[in-house]
Design a protein around this ligand. Sequence first.
Ligand code: R5P
Length: 262
Amino acid sequence: MNWGMRNRMSRIINPKTKSCVMLAVDHGYFQGPTTGLRNLAKAVDPLLPYADALMIARGGLRNWITHDMDKPIVLRVSGGQSVLKELSNEVITTSIDSAIRLNASAVTCSVYVGGEYEKETIHNLAKLVNEAEKYGIPVLAVTAVGKEMARDARYLGLASRICIETGAHMIKTYYCDGFEDVVEACGNAPVVIAGGKKMPEREALQMAYDAVSKGASGVDMGRNIFQSDSPVSMIKAVRGIVHDKISVDEAYNIYEQGKKAK
Ligand code: R5P
């Protein structure tokens, strides 16, 4: 790995703690104005001080995020489909030149292993790695799971490993039973978990705790933070688990106390 890529990676994954709380707010690229993200600035501004990196698409960044923000950007560069159509039918939407102009610290695309457009999305990742590596920009591969796929260790291990073998430098996947096998399938690459659909706060914190205990470098969480009734308290609680290795009870207490103080 060259110096530039290592430097960018260490802006995202803290090199001392090997941990990361990434805030995912890229949902609009196929979901439109997602609940909690109708006004991206309103959602993101209070959360940014507690996030290590921001996962966002080009238009989200340009329209809602002020240029003086100092967090590394993990730029969503795949899309081209919507919730109304086949989700795996993605292309690369944002050029590497555009990512560089936006000062992205990493670029990210989804890979739909087992999906109708499996080959195309793996090819998207391969092309993205080829382009991004020219400029020392790391690639985060997201193992997107179609409705027909089971979110188990066998499937997520398969999908994650294919992304690693294709050249991804970081993996975003889902937590599952046997998660340690998924992490092992990714070798030395950092693995972060998506939060998935909104669930009760304690359950989301338990999931983050279990993932970190089983080898995840942290989270790339969206809805379970910005759709919480107290998003700032929730991201602080997640941060406690990821960076300070506190217990679920302690983290839940951070959330509860913050919610009361609102
Ligand atoms: C989906 O592919 C997007 O990358 C989302 O940003 C991702 O799923 C993470 O968000 P959430 O924690 O809401 O699942």
